[in-house]
Design a binder for this molecule. Sequence first.
Ligand code: PLP
Length: 315
Amino acid sequence: MEDRHPAFRRFGAALGDTRLIPLPGPDGGARLLGKCEWENPAGSIKDRVAYALMGDALQRHGDRPLAELRVIEYSGGNLARALSLLCADLGVTARFVLSSASPRSLLDVLAERGARVDLVDKERGFLEVVGTALRTAAEDDGWTLLYQHRNPANVLLHEATTGQEIIGQLGGTEPAAWVASIGTGGTLVGVLRALRTAFPDVRAVGVTPAELPYGSTEPPNGRPKYAGSGGMGHGIRQPFVTLHDPEVEHHTVSYPQALDGMAEFRRLTGIRIGSSAAANWLTACRIAAALPPSHTVVTVLPDAGTPEEWEHLGG
Ligand SMILES: Cc1ncc(COP(=O)(O)O)c(C=O)c1O
């Protein structure tokens, strides 16, 4: 794959090996470590997933010309940003289904890269965003659906890269807990599977927005939520997470709490993190507060936030 598609190889070579840095934590509690995923080429953890899903799509496409490959995917934002960069470099047509709440800065980047965008009314929730992409692909088989919630390439990539990097960076230190926001659950579950090979007792902690938690039986809603994550509504649970349901603890963070967390983290460290990173950090602090200082809690900082969020927070 890498030999046939140099743009794919270049994107892959720039991925990962992100830093695992100490984070501020509660006095007297466990030590916190966070993986800096904004260091990926398009600025988020979803760059890894874009690479994995496109690798799978390219393999399925075989020897046919790349100009004939047309991919479609739904996204909370970061996956579309990553895929648009990779597809533009490869010369592959890309189409994204997004919520109408998507920030202008994202829509501008997608337009610049020549991607086609379909917006779904934000009041209908992310479930309808997913459903629209699935229906479009079912109605026209000229579109190849990448399907991040079900494509095993998502989890396998996190297991093989994000998880293995963390194991190496821990240098033998046993983590007490692994904390990650759930969008597809690919990060939470993929890294968990890798960590469990080295540290069988690590706790798994999933984080979702208080406005629509994991597995919520409420219908989807258009309330603002922290980025890239959330329950689906109607009791639907993300397939990757369902496989580990008995062992995953669930926490929630509201959007106002996540925004406060972004501002507080920046005040403490000088570093800009996104709203899901803030949700992960706040949850990791809760877990760490109940553990002794000899323990370590690991989490992930998926991105650095959008210009719109930072503008809202005063720059
Ligand atoms: C900012 C952000 N945080 C967290 C996630 C959740 O990642 P995953 O799909 O691996 O659960 C995403 C996914 O799009 C994201 O964009």
